[in-house]
Design a protein around this ligand. Structure first.
Ligand code: TYD
Ligand code: MG
Length: 460
């Protein structure tokens, strides 16, 4: 590493960008309160130094025509964990920076320790922990039953010391657990503060890009589910992964919310056992509760997470409300969408739920963000309201429009194949999603519908 340039810190207003040398409660420029943040201001580099630092950044090749830019695929290498590779878009890319967020205790450290330990010697890993002692990490490793000769550990919270160690180790993959525990000497504020998180990440990201090291950053999540620290952290990295789970469930879902190297929303499924995290290769099976016999309010739908179709069960409970303003609660689905669907059900299906509380839940803690859940959600509500179970051979998907029409969703054939694979016999689908004759799974009777009332007639 070049000797660090002399730095001084300034306080920058997040509202107007004004700078002051001292902290104050109110910005002297725009008058906003509590907007001043400490930031490092490196003294301007000399022209010679600027020349030297060129070649380290993406901008080292000067201006080029798009046609001349080499576009051969980045070489990827596997993490050794199939589900993680899938979420990453097919493996790790040199110089890639991956932020892993999630609630405390969900398994971030466990996943990354397992990943680091399984990497081949050619991509030796360097695991930096600012939260645990080396002994704790060692104990966990022995519990996970991983033997990792190539893995090197460091317990450290100073970014400068970490970068010095990393420069000496030259790892292929570096794990920082967690970014909120680090601090840089350049700033006076406490570890975990916005300024510290931003500056520490910036230094680490720069190191990763310059040396081609893959960098995993663990980030904490605040109470309302946001990654703690500045949003800017998400902009600085290439990939943002969130670890999610239903409370009490042993399944863990790893979701890519941003990925410069693959599809966003890709989902990896793990199970947390006493021997660590294990991949779940056939996740459709775990999100179905497989009742002994059909129960009212339960519908199986085919959703798509990233590039993979997934069968999940939606459950509805509709019951008379004691409230003048009945409750509409959606877990794992969009609450506003539920309100809209109930309005559509009233106008175009002639069924009102004004006096009822409506609860809608996706089993297994999956969060469904696509509109293909409209039709199954509505049918679950109807099934519960009428206390009429839908036979277990049914599976469905489809978007419901405000005019009561059933609209197609992407990748219909793939969803149908997944449903057939899991032994379903009848599928209720938007008519425009009906595959051409030769391409229908033979075991599956497909019932195409264009309007809400047709769907209701088909099921009830
Ligand atoms: P951890 O990886 O420390 O979570 P994070 O780093 O996200 O805070 O996970 C700790 C939890 O996982 C803890 O509640 C115990 C549980 N666990 C197991 O169930 N089995 C295991 O083999 C390990 C290592 C942890
Ligand atoms: Mg941890």
């Amino acid at each position: 590493m070049a000797k660090a340039a002399k730095t001084r810190t300034v306080y920058v207003c997040t509202a107007c960008g004004g700078e002051t040398p001292k902290w104050a409660g109110q910005c002297p420029d725009c008058g906003a309160w509590n907007t001043l943040e400490e930031q490092v201001q490196a003294s301007a580099p000399t022209p010679a130094a600027r020349g030297r630092s060129r070649g380290q950044y993406a901008g080292d090749q000067g201006v080029r025509a798009l046609a001349d830019v080499p576009t051969d695929e980045e070489t990827r290498f596997s993490t050794g964990i199939g589900e993680l590779d899938r979420v990453l878009g097919g493996g790790l890319v040199q110089g890639g920076v991956i932020l892993v967020g999630g609630d405390p205790g969900i398994g971030k450290s466990t996943l990354l320790l397992e990943t680091a330990a399984r990497l081949p010697a050619s991509h030796s890993a360097f695991y930096v922990t600012g939260e645990e002692s080396l002994r704790q990490v060692g104990l966990r490793a022995s519990r996970l039953n991983v033997s990792a000769e190539g893995l090197r550990l460091l317990a450290e919270t100073s970014v400068e010391a970490i970068l010095d160690a990393a420069a000496a180790e030259r790892p292929g993959v570096m794990v920082i657990d967690s970014i909120q525990t680090l601090h840089t000497e350049a700033l006076g504020s406490a570890p975990g503060s916005v300024a510290q998180v931003r500056e520490c990440s910036a230094q680490l990201v720069r190191f990763a890009k310059q040396t081609g090291t893959v960098l995993f950053l663990v980030g904490h999540v605040t109470k309302d589910g946001q990654l703690a620290g500045p949003r800017v952290l998400e902009h600085m990295v290439d990939t943002v992964l969130y670890f999610e789970s239903d409370s009490g469930s042993r399944y863990r879902l790893l979701r890519a919310v941003k990925n410069r190297f693959g599809a966003a929303n890709e989902l990896g499924v793990f199970a947390m056992l006493d021997t660590g995290l294990h991949e779940v290769k056939n996740p459709s099976a775990i999100f179905l509760s497989r009742h002994e016999e059909a129960v009212p309010g339960s519908i199986v739908m085919v959703t798509r997470e990233g590039t993979r179709p997934l069968l999940v069960e939606v459950q509805a409970l509709v019951s008379e409300s004691p409230l003048s303003n009945p409750r509409r609660v959606a877990l794992g689905l969009d609450g506003n969408r539920l309100a809209m669907l109930l309005a559509v059900l009233h106008r175009h299906g002639g069924v009102s739920t004004f006096g009822e509380d409506v609860f809608l839940n996706v089993v297994g803690g999956v969060r469904v963000t696509e509109t293909a859940s409209d039709l199954p959600g509505l049918m679950a509500v109807l099934s519960s309201l009428r206390d009429r179970p839908v036979p277990q051979e049914w599976v469905m998907f489809g978007e419901v429009g405000l005019a009561g029409e059933i609209r197609p969703v992407p990748n219909g054939p793939e969803r149908l194949t997944e449903a057939a694979k899991h032994g379903f016999h009848r599928a209720l689908v938007p008519a425009k999603n009906l595959p051409p004759k030769g391409q229908r799974p033979s075991e599956l009777e497909i019932v195409p519908v264009t309007r809400l009332d047709q769907a209701m007639d088909a099921l009830f």
